[in-house]
Design a protein around this ligand. Structure first.
Ligand SMILES: O=C(NC/C=C/[C@H]1OC[C@H](O)[C@@H]1O)c1cc([N+](=O)[O-])cc(O)c1O
Ligand SMILES: [Mg+2]
Length: 214
């Protein structure tokens, strides 16, 4: 087929969602992924858990690791207070190109900084490049074997403060066993598992919410 799945997701947004209406963008992607082609967005079920964590925390600084098509970027950014900022890292340039357009369709480009590149390269540069002190919330949804090394890197770079929240997708499916073991057994975190399902399927998955204790 001539297009890629992210490009077909973007087309679905442009055909079915209203410019400037984040909820219609989220709905268009969920409809497409539920009825046309599965894709690795956090999805509507886990997305509601994500929404409740963001709304309760009301964060000023958010880091998302793994943008993909921008689905969770739009969900998070649409709930942020006026001066809050969301930095989202994406390694794959084709995903990043689609995500920029999805975020723009939702009218959220003013709240979102999409950075292309590897999380391991960018995390040490967050302070100098983006004037970030610490993150109130980090949403981990990138390569599953990068969750643990990147969490340790964020600790080492002083990007987490007492009360910072890590919210991790896919801790059951595809699974992040080394990360789970770390945040559940480290005295520096208080962890909680939110049981759910793999996006658009009946398979079990869930989100792990971990508070950094400093
Ligand atoms: O690999 C997943 N996410 C990591 C994405 C990795 C790709 O996007 C970031 C990087 O550019 C890489 O090319 C994933 C996979 C499944 N899955 O069911 O296979 C479900 C999910 O929710 C996922 O986030
Ligand atoms: Mg995921």
């Amino acid at each position: 087929t001539w297009s890629t799945r992210p490009q077909r997701i973007l087309r679905a947004v442009q055909q079915s969602a209203t410019r400037g209406d984040p909820r219609s963008v989220v709905r268009a992607i969920d409809q497409f992924c539920r009825h046309k082609e599965w894709a690795m967005n956090v999805g509507d079920e886990k997305g509601c858990i994500l929404d409740s964590v963001v709304s309760e925390l009301n964060p000023s600084t958010v880091l998302e690791l793994g943008t993909y098509c921008g689905y969770s970027t739009v969900r998070i950014a649409s709930l942020l207070p006026p001066h809050a900022k969301l930095i989202t890292l994406e390694f794959n340039p084709d995903f990043a190109a689609v995500a920029r357009q999805v975020i723009a369709w939702a009218g959220l480009q003013g709240k979102v900084q999409l950075v292309e590149g590897a999380s391991g390269d960018w995390i040490p540069k967050m302070k100098e490049q983006f004037g970030v002190k610490t993150f109130d919330l980090v949403f981990l949804d990138h390569w599953k074997d990068r969750y643990l090394p990147d969490t340790k890197l964020m600790e080492e770079c002083g990007l987490l403060r007492k009360g910072s929240i890590l919210l991790a997708d896919n801790v059951i499916c595809p699974g992040t066993p080394d990360y789970l073991e770390y945040v559940r057994n480290s005295p520096r975190y208080k962890s909680q598992y939110f049981k759910s399902h793999l996006e658009y399927t009946k398979a079990e998955d869930g989100l792990e919410k971990s508070v950094f204790l400093g």
